[in-house]
Design a protein around this ligand. Structure first.
Ligand code: SF4
Ligand code: SF4
Length: 340
């Protein structure tokens, strides 16, 4: 497995990162023993980098993987915290439940515009202080939009007189860049631009390339469009591997067959036929139970416009627009949505 250094963090990572979202309650809900064993299996094959989030509910799975493997993978987690108290609670929860003193990468979750970044400024400052104390090694944000990435690049370039790719006046009026120290970005990156909310794939690719040039680590997500691009799996993987400015891609996996398929794709080997068959048989879909009350909370939550209320008044998903992130499931108080 090819390894890269994540931007200026100095943290070495394999190019394939184990996305743990599918293991948790938003998707398959594997018990920590089973999920942990799967992560440990991947670690044994060189995939010792995991992506999680407070929302995903997979800290126990990662801790179990570390117990089985006898060592921890590099851990990237995320939080929706926007103020100091929230960030402190999120960081302490991650350290406690993972059993780690130091979290490798701690990101703000789903920062969709530069204004979102500004609204989370307090939480970010807390994370920077935590980094200075050695509780976190690197900080940054995940996003489905290019504009906050350009903003981070601008902040990184400020003082170096670099050409401004994003609305310099706005930030100068505020007296500072939105984020002077962004170590890592975790954006949606796929060939089709699936899941992006502010422009085509080319714009995000440019933003990621600029970020890399500014020394920011780039951890891509949704290379396979959350399952929607599985029909062209090999082409999508080849595209991802060919991007020199993407240090690693987080890919969700929930079975050994999927681990084998993704390992083969990232190691440029033929996909073992049996694993391909098994993985294909497990293609995911979003399922809405008939007890849906039609409250619309999931519609509001989906930033991709993939969810609406159908003629029967119940939640209806546009499978072509849905990237199977499962975030709408977290917004449903009636537990009526499942990615299966
Ligand atoms: S949030 Fe749940 S109950 Fe409300 S519309 Fe969506 S699926 Fe139905
Ligand atoms: S419908 Fe749900 S799973 Fe699909 S993209 Fe929207 S939030 Fe994600």
């Amino acid at each position: 497995m090819e390894r890269r250094t994540l931007g200026r963090t100095g943290i070495p990572v394999p190019r394939l990162c184990f996305g743990t979202l599918p293991l948790g309650p938003l998707q398959t809900g594997l018990p920590p023993e089973e999920g942990g064993a799967l992560i440990a299996y991947a670690m044994d094959r060189g995939v010792d980098f995991v992506d999680t989030a407070e929302l995903y509910g997979t800290y126990a799975h990662i801790r179990e993987a570390a117990r089985i493997a006898g060592r921890y993978p590099t851990v990237c987690t995320k939080s929706y915290a926007y103020d100091r108290a929230g960030a402190r609670a999120s960081l302490e929860k991650a350290r406690r439940e993972l059993g780690l003193d130091t979290i490798d990468l701690f990101l703000l979750h789903e920062q969709e515009t530069p204004l979102t970044l500004l609204g989370h400024r307090q939480a970010y400052e807390f994370l920077l202080e935590s980094k200075a104390k050695g509780l976190v090694r690197a900080v940054g944000f995940s996003t489905h939009a290019a504009s906050p990435v350009f903003a981070a690049v601008q902040a990184a370039a400020a003082g170096r007189g670099a050409e401004d790719p994003y609305d310099r006046d706005f930030w100068e009026d505020l007296g500072h860049g939105p984020y002077e120290e962004v170590d890592v970005i975790h954006p949606i990156l796929n060939r089709a631009g699936l899941g992006l909310i502010d422009g085509p794939a080319e714009r995000m690719l440019q933003a990621a390339s600029d970020a890399h040039g500014a020394g920011i680590g780039v951890l891509g997500m949704k290379l396979f469009g959350g399952g929607n691009l599985l029909g062209t799996l090999e082409e999508e993987a080849a595209f991802g591997r060919s991007l020199p400015y993407v240090d690693a891609f987080a890919v969700g996996m929930q079975t050994r067959a999927e681990v084998e398929v993704d390992l083969a794709l990232f190691e440029e080997r033929p996909i073992p036929a049996e694993a391909a068959f098994e993985a294909r048989a497990r293609r995911k879909r979003l399922f809405v139970h008939d007890w849906c009350t039609g409250c619309g909370a999931c519609v509001t939550r989906c930033t991709r416009g993939a969810m609406s209320l159908g003629p029967d008044g119940k939640a209806f998903v546009d499978a072509a627009a849905c990237v199977l992130c499962g975030y709408c499931a977290a917004a449903c108080r009636d537990f009526a949505i499942k990615v299966v």
